[in-house]
Design a protein around this ligand. Structure first.
Ligand SMILES: [Zn+2]
Length: 411
């Protein structure tokens, strides 16, 4: 029972950590020094709006976190998963079908429990804060498309998972990371071609001064762009974004129409300078490389833990590829991720800073950089004074740090 006890303690600690994060993100940074700096660029009202938006649905978020952990607890530490598999195998004999139906069942149970929360956060509150433009009908269509895509994903995942873990019982620890690496590379290429069109309408950016400026910028830094697209995010919300995808001569730029509507051309160029920075420093490829080693390490750890638990016989585990082992895998992955979340966020923030410096470097336009940060923070109702503990988990440096960077940058 030793391992089971250790895992129960880790599981509870992880829940407390998530709750603490929610609490601190509610509190924020109340220091006067931070506030005074923010007030150089924003108003008291901007700070208040950011606070209100990040505090939205606080109690519901806590309930959701506890409910999420409770479901995982039931799936891993009770006989629920074993019984569910027995019921399915009673009717179906094919192991692939059993695994797919097992995962579908868990997905639908979770879906039904979480749909009111999803509606509350992604529809009701987003409307209340003036972001969402979805009608009930577009929300329903969006959800149906997501469900279809997830079910398709589960089916493909089940096939690969069973094939690797069942057929290669000794070498799966190497084959899983390699497969994951190939899938990541293929998906980063296929995502804009296959997935984006399911949810968004997009068109090529019309000829004009913006297009000319973008082309001039990419030419200046020797990056070949196949096409520039405008994504119609305004159909769903007012959130703004821009990103780069593809490899080699197949690179595409996607600009949200909301970005084009709310920013000057110089500001858009500043945003693209940042995106070009990610491209030039190969951040995406580096991240895929790092996650390859992460998954490799995880597979070894999982293999070790699985056999320890089996020896201990405390969780009724059969084979690593049996459906009831999957919630256990998810638990190990969740705890493993918890340890790596802060280092991952640190890496991400350092890449964002690198991209920011690159943008300043090639555009030589401090004013537009700062103006973009201000507008984006206002448009997205960003929390301007986040708590330092929560900041550890941020993928991007906080707005005032990015403004500070631009102020201190020497051309
Ligand atoms: Zn970035």
């Amino acid at each position: 029972m030793k391992f089971k006890k250790i895992f129960l303690v880790l599981f509870i600690l992880d829940l407390f950590l998530s709750l603490a994060l929610k609490y601190f993100s509610y509190i924020g940074d109340e220091s006067l020094e931070t506030k005074n700096f923010i007030l150089n660029y924003f108003t008291e009202n901007d700070i208040k709006i950011g606070e209100e938006y990040s505090r939205r649905g606080f109690v519901v978020k806590i309930v959701l976190e506890i409910l999420n952990s409770f479901i995982l607890f039931v799936l891993v530490f009770t006989k629920f998963s074993t019984r569910l598999e027995e019921k399915i195998s009673f009717k179906f004999k094919n192991p692939y079908i059993v695994l797919i139906l097992f995962l579908y069942s868990i997905y639908f149970i979770r879906f039904i429990i979480f749909i009111p929360f999803d509606y509350y956060f992604n529809y009701y509150l987003e409307h209340q804060f003036g972001f969402s433009k979805m009608t009930n009908f577009t929300y329903l269509i969006f959800k149906l498309k997501s469900v279809g895509l997830i079910l398709f994903g589960i089916s493909i995942f089940s096939l690969i998972y069973l094939f690797l873990l069942k057929k290669f019982s000794k070498t799966w620890v190497f084959l899983v990371p390699v497969t994951q690496l190939i899938i990541s590379l293929v998906m980063s290429f296929l995502f804009p071609i296959l997935i984006t069109p399911i949810f968004y309408k997009f068109e090529t950016l019309p000829e004009g001064s913006l297009k000319n400026k973008i082309e001039a910028l990419s030419k200046k830094v020797n990056v070949n762009i196949e096409n520039i697209y405008v994504i119609y995010e305004s159909e769903y919300s007012n959130h703004t974004n821009a990103y780069f995808t593809g490899f080699g001569s197949n690179k595409k730029i996607f600009l949200y129409d909301t970005l084009i509507q709310n920013h000057t051309e110089e500001e858009i160029i500043s945003v693209l300078g940042h995106e070009l920075g990610h491209w030039v420093y190969s951040h995406q490829i580096k991240d895929i490389g790092v996650s390859f080693f992460e998954i490799l390490f995880f597979c070894f750890l999982l293999n070790f833990l699985f056999f320890q638990f089996k020896k201990e016989n405390s969780l009724n585990l059969k084979e690593i590829y049996s459906p009831p082992s999957l919630p256990f895998l998810v638990l190990v992955f969740m705890l493993f991720n918890s340890f790596l979340e802060i280092p991952w966020s640190m890496l991400s923030r350092s890449q964002e800073t690198e991209a920011d410096i690159y943008a300043l470097d090639i555009t030589k336009d401090r004013e537009s950089f700062i103006e973009t940060e201000i507008k984006m923070a206002k448009d997205n109702k960003t929390r301007l004074n986040p708590h330092p503990f929560v900041e550890l988990y941020f993928s991007h440096p906080k707005t005032i740090d990015r403004i500070r960077l631009a102020l201190e940058y020497k051309f």
